[in-house]
Design a protein around this ligand. Structure first.
Ligand code: NDP
Length: 252
């Protein structure tokens, strides 16, 4: 069946779990061939089988995008294997919460390395290919940044995660202005809490201290965010959805 993304190629970072895995499936269901980028190859291989069962191609790209050479290599592998690049979903991210006072600074380094530097490396390497795709007959290409409601406001105990996601928003807006005239659409998708592995990396003492705040928090499903991303990148070329903020019903 031909659909909006048939004949296009998407690259999704952080495709081995959560929002990234569901996004890869959603884009494949819309017809895209998909490059699946993350570090856990076994997860990517299993996902690739599911993508192929939808009738599109999948390329497994084992890469740590915090390493610039690997990020560049990931984009190159995708283009070499699948022939072009129309859509990049910068989704890989980590959320290590806790107060600034006494924080293990290596957690900050990890968030900055992945949520900011990894996203920058992938975007920089992908941009020439996206501009080339957008100059073609389809007349559009997409960069989606998975930010967060944590990129809209700040909360105690989330400072460095807030810093990274606010930074993603600022970078997205600046890049949008640079490439808008050349038909590359830049979009920010900002979910509230989603039921994924993201929370499992938080230190137990931080989780314990926040237990009452987290308890009963309504959650989105990863597929809900994937639906939003698929919506953004399947609009007609004349339509640009620059920002989508999603909250689970019941979240104040
Ligand atoms: P997950 O923990 O399920 O997914 C994170 C993904 O990032 C995994 O696929 C992981 O794969 C990948 N990843 C981690 N480190 C690297 C690395 N160095 N190089 C390449 N890939 C890496 O969490 P989510 O799906 O929830 O998170 C996806 C995005 O959504 C993040 O940017 C997060 O900030 C954002 N978000 C999540 C919310 C939530 O409540 N869950 C709410 C708002 C935004 P692997 O370990 O195999 O490398």
């Amino acid at each position: 069946m031909t659909s909006r993304l048939t004949g296009t190629v998407a690259l999704v970072t952080g495709a081995s779990s959560g929002i990234g895995a569901e996004t890869a499936l959603a884009l494949a269901a819309a017809g895209a061939d998909v490059a699946l980028v993350a570090r856990r190859r076994d997860r990517l291989e299993a996902l690739a089988d599911r993508v192929r069962s939808l009738g599109t191609k999948a390329e497994v790209v084992e890469a740590d995008v915090t390493d610039r050479a690997q990020a560049v290599g990931a984009v190159q592998q995708a283009v070499t294997a699948l022939g072009r690049l129309d859509t990049v979903v910068n989704n890989a991210g980590v959320m290590l919460l806790g107060p600034v006072e006494g924080a293990p600074v290596e957690e900050w380094d990890r968030m900055i390395a992945l949520n900011l530097q990894g996203l920058l490396y992938v975007t920089h390497a992908a941009l020439p290919h996206l501009l080339e795709a957008a100059a073609g007959s389809r007349a559009t290409a997409d960069v989606v940044m998975v930010s967060s409601i944590a990129g809209r406001s700040a909360q105690a105990g989330m400072g460095v995660y807030n810093l990274t996601k606010h930074g993603v928003g600022a970078f997205a807006e600046s890049l949008r202005q640079e490439v808008a005239g050349r038909h590359v659409r830049v979009s920010l998708v900002e979910p509230g809490p989603v039921a994924t592995e993201l929370f499992t990396h938080i230190r137990p003492e931080v989780l314990e201290a926040g237990r009452s705040a987290f308890a009963g928090t309504p959650l989105l499903q990863a597929g809900d965010v994937a639906d939003a991303i698929a919506f953004v990148v399947t609009r007609p070329a004349r339509v640009v959805v620059n920002e989508v903020l999603l909250r689970p019903d019941g979240l104040a």
